[in-house]
Write a protein that binds this ligand. Structure first.
Ligand code: GTP
Length: 480
């Protein structure tokens, strides 16, 4: 039986992505912006369509989806996200609550100063520390509303001040309070390398945050702004006639939201497989050291663009294309695990089998894994279906994989970090004083974080060898 998920959204990026995520979930469960449920659609034989049925039939009692895993439901049948919103400046949260009045105003934490964390991890972290009790109270109160809390998930950017610094503090706090019993996963947004960074200290912030992800997260989904830009350009070029892509982060955030929401599809629209978030993560994360996950989207399916020519076979092969990966992939990679989600109606099993066999022969797995692609047959939300006969399957596809692209992504971050660190550039904004001893102390702490990141790179390199697991076992024996 799946348990509930509590979402934390921190900083500008975390809250902007979080807003799109809740719009996506609300849309999939037919919940209006103010939390009022729409009538549950009924199957009219041609797909689903909203019938004008009495409002009482839209209560959870009659539904076969499970919105209550992500929303609380009041006695008056209003839905509220199980989400805590945190920021140090008010504008983005104001945008969230005006777009989605369903957010619980009691679950919002705003700094009284209201001037952000100045893109400085230390400011964010210290703010979190000073307000730890209040933040924990918000989270505990939300946890108390759950019957069987399964996990916490955090939306944040790794590179700024609030999402990175407060986010790091939250990971430490959650791990301390809930870590042995509840899973903690993150949707972590990485800054663009291609667009010149407006913030020169981003590599410091990123390395400090990565150390907390390495230590406290059970699974981290990496979304790289460069990769998201590539996918958007691709969709924009091929969908120009539809004029469907907007400027700024809007398009990227919708992609992140769509994929992040799809991950929990088998829990929210229950089927016969993957009935808990634990079962999804344990398919993907073989050891706690290998937990950085890449998502891929099949962009030419009905849910993402107006193109609908893909069938199951095409979709499975599309998911192998590195250009559709949301993490930056610059070299051929090896795979530790692959989980494909095909979400749609009346899926053709023989096309799925054919596609999966073909894809399996093309995927380069590390030698010690079963070398097979796992599959989720997801159910389409009845609220987001296009009833027209050409869109009957409403097919969409995503992939989650654990692969060695992490080596390049993390190595690039360390290269940028080393350029700053070797000159101790801008280190004064992370120290309490200008004393030499304080600078040395802070540099030591930073370099310890750097070493944690380097050890993940080493682990992803080592896992490509045949005797990776044997080495591990030998290591354990030696310790004993
Ligand atoms: P402070 O501004 O220092 O208080 O921290 P913050 O966590 O609010 O910073 P922010 O979230 O703006 O993080 C900075 C990084 O996130 C930059 O690399 C931005 O490019 C990226 N970013 C900011 N907003 C968004 C967004 O809505 N979507 C995406 N994909 N990236 C974003």
């Amino acid at each position: 039986m799946p348990g509930e998920t509590i979402t934390l959204q921190t900083g500008q990026c975390g809250n902007q992505v979080g807003l799109q995520y809740w719009k996506q979930l609300a849309g999939e469960h037919g919940i209006g912006p103010d939390g009022t449920p729409e009538p549950f659609p009924t199957n009219n034989g041609l797909g689903f369509r909203s019938e004008s049925i009495p409002i009482e039939t839209s209560s959870t009692k009659y539904r076969d989806d499970r919105p209550e895993l992500f929303f609380t439901v009041s006695d008056s049948n209003k839905y509220t996200p199980r989400s805590v919103l945190i920021d140090l400046e008010p504008s983005v949260i104001a945008k969230c609550t005006s777009s989605l009045p369903m957010y619980n105003p009691r679950n919002i934490h705003l700094s009284e100063q209201g001037n952000g964390a100045a893109n400085n991890w230390k400011h964010g972290y210290n703010y979190g520390l000073q307000n730890q009790e209040e933040l924990l109270n918000l989270i505990d109160r939300e946890a108390d509303k759950c019957d069987n809390l399964a996990n916490f998930q955090l939306f944040h950017s790794v590179a700024g001040g609030t999402g990175a610094g407060v986010g790091s503090l939250l990971l430490e706090t959650l791990s301390d309070r809930y870590g042995t019993k509840k899973l903690i996963n993150t949707f972590s947004i990485f800054p663009s390398n291609e667009k010149t960074s407006d913030v020169v200290v981003q590599p410091y912030n990123t390395v400090l945050t990565l150390q907390r992800l390495i230590e406290y997260s059970d699974a981290t989904f990496i979304y790289h702004n460069d990769a998201l830009n590539t996918i958007q350009n691709l969709l924009f070029n091929s969908a120009q006639s539809h004029g469907s892509v907007s400027d700024g982060f809007d398009g990227a955030n919708k992609l992140i939201a769509y994929v992040s929401a799809s991950i929990s599809n088998p829990l929210r629209f229950p089927g016969y497989m993957y009935s808990s978030i634990e079962s999804i993560f344990s398919t993907l994360v073989p050891t706690p050291d290998l937990k950085f996950l890449t998502t891929t989207i099949a962009p030419f399916t009905s849910q993402v663009s107006k193109h609908t020519y893909s069938n199951e076979y095409d979709t499975i092969l599309e998911l192998l294309n590195d250009r559709y990966k949301m993490n930056r992939v610059t070299e051929p990679v090896k795979y530790i695990s692959v989980l494909n989600y095909l979400i749609g109606n009346n899926l053709d099993q023989s096309e799925i089998r054919k596609g999966t066999i073909k894809a399996q022969s093309r995927v380069d797995f590390v030698p010690w894994t079963p070398s097979s692609i796992q599959l989720v047959h997801g159910k389409k939300s009845p609220f987001t279906q296009d009833g027209s006969p050409t869109h009957q399957k409403n097919l969409s596809g995503i992939q989650i994989s654990n692969n060695t692209s992490i080596v390049q992504v993390f190595a690039k971050i360390l290269k940028q970090y080393d350029l700053l660190a070797k000159r101790e550039a801008y280190i004064n904004s992370y120290t309490e004083s200008k004393d030499r001893s304080e600078i040395v102390r802070v540099m030591e702490t930073f370099n310890q974080c750097r070493e944690s990141v380097a050890s993940v790179i080493d682990e992803y390199k080592a896992c490509q060898s045949t005797n990776y697991l044997e080495d591990d076992i030998l290591g354990e024996d030696e310790v004993m």
